[in-house]
Design a protein around this ligand. Structure first.
Ligand code: AMP
Length: 583
C-alpha cells in the first residue's frame, strides 16, 4: 500500500507519492498540482473542497472557509447549519479529498501518510493536525516540520555537513528556518517568521492600486461593491503571477461597474517596477526574521551552505533578489517551491513505510536520513508564586525525555495541581497553559516532604505526554490532561463517523443527479423520435414509447429529496424501460 506525503498549507495543499524511488506530485481530480485549502457548503447542503469551493467563494462568502490552518489547535469553530465544525474537521475534509485524489492516481486504497506542519507549531497544533488526519481516515505515520521536508526533497544529505536556510513565503504565512545536516541527521536549529505575511498581502496591494486608478479615471467608486472588488482581486493575483516572468502586463476587466453613462471597464498596464514599488515594504518585512533565525542558530549568513526557497510567493523576482542580498547566496529553486514540502513528506512517508515492512530496498533517495526536529517553544510548569519553572528548553532536539521531582508547598496537602505550559516568559500568567492535571492521594505530610516525580516525554512528532508518580506511596497515578482545545477520543470517533456518513450522502446525491440527467436526456431523445418518425412507427410501439416517456416524466416531477425508496426504485425501472425502447 503506498504511503503519501501531504503539505497541508494555509492557502494551498499539495500531495506527493514516491514512485520508482522518486517523489512525484499527484495531480488532483481537477487536473491541478496543488489544491486550494478551501471548503464550502452550498445552500443545498453539498460540500465542496478545493478549486470548486474557491471559485464560488465570492458568491457564498458566509459558507466558505479558507485559511483554517491559522485556527489549528484553538477553540475556533465554524457554524454550518447549526453544526459547529472544528478546525480539525474542516482540515479533514481537505485531507479526505487529497486521499481520494491519491487513490484515484494509484488505483489502490491509501491510508498511510506523513503530514507537514510549520516548525513553530506547538503541541496542540500538531495534535490537531494529527487528529484531522485520523478524521479523514488516514494513519498518520508522522508529523514533520515543513523546512525539514524541504531539505529532504532537495536530498541535501550527501557530502559534508552543512547549514541550510529555508525561506518559506506562502499565501498567508512567512517562516524561515536554519537547519543543520550532518552525518545523515537533519536538525532544525532555529525558526522565526510572521504568521500574517504572504502572497495575499501582495495581492491586496495591487488590488488597491488598480481600484484607485480605476476610480480616478472613471469617477465611479467601487466602495461596497464586493463583487467588483473580488473580480479585481482575482485579476491582481493573476497579474502578480505574470509579473514573475514578464516585465509588464495588462489587467483587463470589461463591465466592471455601472457608471452614470453606462458600463465602465478597467484596463490598466502594470510594470514589474511598479509592482515592486507597491510591495517593497512587504519584502523588507522578511528581513528581521531572517536575522533572528541566524542569530538563534548562532551562525553568520556566510556559514550557510544552501538557501532553499519554498512557497509560491518566492517566485517573485524581488523576493529572490532580497534573499540573495540578505544571505549573500543564490537561493536554490530547482524544485518547484509549491511542491518541495510535499515531496519531502512523500520521501519520509516511503521511508517509514519501507522501514516498517522491512523492504529497505524500497527506500527512496534520502530515506536513510534520520529526522531530528527541535521544539520551538519551551515547556514549563507553574510553581509556587505563579512562577513558570522551565522544564524543557526551546530548541531541544526531539525526541526528549525529562523528569524532575517536585514537592508540596503547604503542609498536609493531599493533592497538587500541575499546570503545564508553553512559552518563554518567567511568570506563569504570561505563558500559554496547554493542560492542567490534579495529582491526588498524596500522603499527609509537612510541606516539602512528599516527592512527586513528574516526567515529560515528547515523541518524534513533537507530541507531549506527561506522567506523574508519587514516590512516597510508590503509586503511579494516571493523569488526565484537561485540554479544552483538543478533541476527545469520542469526539474524534464521532467526527470520523460524520465524515464517512457525509461522504456516502454526497456520493448518493451525485448518483441521483446523474440518473436525473440521464432521464432528461432519454425523454428528449424519445420526444425527438416521436416527432421525426412518429408517422412511420408501429401504433403499439408508439403507444408504448409515449407511455414510457410519461412514466419517466412523472418520476422526474418528484423532487429528489422527497423521493422514498419505493419512488427511487420506480424511477430506476422507468428509466431502464425507456432506455430499452430507444436505439
Ligand atoms: P503556497 O501557499 O506556497 O501555495 O503559495 C501560494 C501563494 O503563492 C499565493 O499567494 C500565490 O499567488 C503565490 N504564487 C504562486 N505562483 C506565483 C508566481 N508565479 N508569482 C508570484 N506569486 C505566486
Amino acid at each position: 500500500m503506498p504511503a503519501i506525503g501531504i503539505d497541508l498549507g494555509t492557502t494551498n495543499s499539495c500531495l506527493s507519492i514516491v514512485e520508482g524511488g522518486v517523489p512525484e506530485v499527484v495531480v488532483n481530480a481537477e487536473g491541478e498540482r496543488t489544491t486550494p485549502s478551501v471548503v464550502a457548503f452550498t445552500k443545498d447542503g453539498e460540500r465542496l473542497v478545493g478549486a470548486l469551493a474557491q471559485r464560488q467563494s465570492a458568491m457564498n462568502p458566509a459558507r466558505t472557509v479558507s485559511s483554517v490552518k491559522r485556527h489549528m489547535g484553538t477553540s475556533w469553530r465554524k457554524d454550518v447549519d447549526g453544526k459547529d465544525l472544528s478546525p480539525q474537521e474542516l482540515s479533514a475534509m481537505i485531507l479526505r479529498k487529497l486521499r481520494r485524489d491519491a487513490e484515484r492516481f494509484t488505483g489502490q486504497d491509501v491510508t498511510d501518510a506523513v503530514i507537514t506542519v510549520p516548525a513553530y507549531f506547538n503541541d496542540m497544533q500538531r495534535n490537531a493536525t494529527k487528529d484531522a488526519g485520523a478524521i479523514a481516515g488516514l494513519n498518520v505515520l508522522r508529523i514533520i516540520n515543513e523546512p525539514t521536508a524541504a531539505a529532504l526533497a532537495y536530498g541535501l544529505d550527501h557530502g559534508d555537513s552543512q547549514l541550510v536556510m529555508v525561506y518559506d513565503l506562502g499565501g498567508g504565512t512567512f517562516d524561515v528556518s536554519v537547519i543543520e545536516i550532518a552525518d545523515g541527521v537533519i536538525e532544525v536549529l532555529s525558526t522565526a517568521g510572521n504568521n500574517h505575511l504572504g502572497g495575499d498581502d501582495f495581492d491586496e496591494r495591487l488590488t488597491e492600486h488598480l481600484i484607485s486608478a480605476f476610480e480616478a479615471q472613471s469617477g465611479v467608486s467601487l466602495t461596497g461593491d464586493e463583487m467588483a472588488r473580488q473580480r479585481v482581486r482575482e485579476a491582481a493575483e493573476a497579474a502578480k503571477r505574470e509579473l514573475s516572468s514578464l516585465e509588464s502586463t495588462t489587467v483587463n476587466l470589461p463591465y466592471l461597474a455601472q457608471g452614470p453613462e453606462g458600463p465602465v471597464h478597467l484596463e490598466q498596464t502594470v510594470t514589474r517596477t511598479q509592482f515592486d514599488q507597491l510591495t517593497r515594504d512587504l519584502v523588507d518585512a522578511t528581513t528581521d526574521a531572517v536575522n533572528q533565525a541566524l542569530n538563534d542558530a548562532g551562525i553568520a549568513a556566510s556559514e550557510l551552505g544552501e538557501v532553499l526557497l519554498v512557497g509560491g510567493s518566492t517566485r517573485i523576482p524581488a523576493v529572490q533578489e532580497h534573499v540573495r542580498r540578505l544571505t549573500g547566496k543564490t537561493p536554490s529553486s530547482s524544485i518547484n517551491p509549491d511542491e518541495c514540502v510535499a515531496k519531502g513528506a512523500a520521501i519520509q512517508a516511503a521511508t517509514l513505510s519501507a522501514a516498517r515492512s522491512g523492504c529497505t530496498d524500497l527506500m527512496p533517495r534520502g530515506g536513510d536520513l534520520l529526522l531530528l526536529d527541535v521544539i520551538p517553544i519551551s515547556f514549563a510548569i507553574e510553581t509556587v508564586g505563579g512562577v513558570a519553572t522551565r522544564v524543557i528548553e526551546r530548541n531541544t532536539t526531539l525526541p526528549v525525555h525529562y523528569e524532575q521531582v517536585f514537592t508540596t508547598a503547604a503542609s498536609f496537602q493531599t493533592k497538587v495541581e500541575i499546570n503545564v505550559m508553553q512559552g518563554e516568559r518567567p511568570m506563569a500568567a504570561d505563558n500559554r497553559s496547554i493542560g492542567k492535571f490534579m495529582l491526588k492521594g498524596i500522603k499527609r505530610a509537612p510541606a516539602g516532604t512528599p516527592q512527586i516525580n513528574v516526567s515529560f516525554d515528547i515523541d518524534a512528532n513533537g507530541i507531549l505526554t506527561v506522567t506523574a508518580k508519587d514516590l512516597g506511596t510508590g503509586n503511579e497515578q494516571s493523569i488526565t490532561i484537561t485540554d479544552s482545545e483538543r478533541l476527545s477520543d469520542e469526539e474524534i470517533q464521532q467526527a470520523i463517523r460524520d465524515a464517512e456518513r457525509y461522504e456516502a450522502e454526497d456520493a448518493a446525491k451525485r448518483a441521483s443527479m446523474e440518473e436525473r440527467t440521464e432521464a432528461e436526456q432519454l425523454v428528449a431523445q424519445a420526444q425527438e423520435k416521436l416527432k421525426e418518425s412518429g408517422k412511420e412507427m408501429d401504433k403499439d410501439d408508439k403507444r408504448r414509447l409515449k407511455a414510457s416517456v410519461a412514466n419517466v416524466q412523472r418520476c422526474l416531477a418528484k423532487r429528489p429529496e422527497k423521493m422514498k425508496e419505493e419512488d427511487k426504485a420506480n424511477f430506476t425501472s422507468a428509466v431502464s424501460e425507456l432506455k430499452s425502447l430507444l436505439p
